[in-house]
Design a protein around this ligand. Structure first.
Ligand code: 1GP
Length: 251
């Protein structure tokens, strides 16, 4: 089970590192070397999907990833039509920062039978979109207001409500390519207030920033955009090292 595997990674390494792959942005000639590089550099798994996929075919894309790696592949859905049986699991996301019923429960009713049929593992996740500068795709597409970045207490109360509703993960999302990541104070407030693992993603552009989020209590870090530039691939290992703090040997 992917969820148990993630929990185990958190226990062993301190935190887990997932890379978000966008079917629109990774042609085959880049995808295969990138996946192999990620695996060698200590990445723990992949998220695939996003709020808006224009050209890519997610099913074919995941098939290609699965042929290249044994690491878990988890759908990060932006739409019901991103459910497919090629993946290992799906983040069953509810946009709990917003008040748009379609993204709180509506899409889920349509997706649930498809997930059952596909037999992939649903991982119930409270998705909290956080204000990060200019409006992000996630905010726009979900038609919801983000949590103000200077209001960690709202994020913490929202996360605790998700925990009480039985959700298994919290995703603090600044949005892909965000100019500012989720503030450390908010990561800390949420991590201290609830006791389910907190994922932090959006605008994390250096190992140092990733480490700050882990030091603040994040248990899973997601990066996406940063590695669209091939020149940055050399840094994947440094991200993994910063995130897997329990593996760091001190002399
Ligand atoms: C977006 O959290 C992810 O949903 C990753 O964001 O692309 O900014 O790394 P970036």
């Amino acid at each position: 089970m992917v969820y148990e595997k993630l929990l185990n990674t958190i226990v062993v390494k301190g935190a887990a590192y997932l890379i978000l792959l966008d079917p629109d942005k990774l042609p085959d000639e880049k995808l295969f070397p990138f996946i192999i590089h990620c695996e060698k550099s200590g990445v723990d798994g992949f998220l695939v999907g996003g709020s808006l996929i224009i050209d890519g075919d997610i099913k074919v894309f995941i098939e290609k990833i699965k042929r290249t790696t044994s690491l878990p592949v988890i759908i990060f859905p932006g739409e019901v039509n991103q459910v497919c049986n090629q993946a290992d699991a799906i983040l069953f996301l509810s946009v709990i920062s917003g008040r748009n019923p379609e993204h709180l429960i509506g899409k889920h009713v349509l997706a649930a039978p498809l997930i059952k049929k596909s037999r992939i593992e649903p991982i119930s996740t409270g998705y909290i979109i956080v204000e990060s500068g200019s409006m992000t795709t996630a905010e726009y597409i979900s038609g919801s207001l983000p949590v103000p970045r200077n209001k960690p207490e709202i994020a913490a109360a929202t996360a605790l409500a998700a925990q009480y509703l039985g959700m298994k993960l919290i995703y603090l999302e600044a949005g892909s390519g965000a100019s500012q990541p989720v503030p450390n104070e908010m990561v800390k407030a949420v991590s201290e207030y609830c006791n389910i693992p907190v994922i932090v993603g959006g605008g994390i552009k250096s190992p140092h920033i990733a480490k700050e989020k882990v030091d603040s209590g994040a248990k899973i870090i997601v990066t996406g955009n940063f590695f669209e530039n091939e020149d940055n691939w050399g840094l994947i290992g440094s991200f993994a090292e910063a995130i897997h703090y329990k593996l760091t040997v001190t002399v």
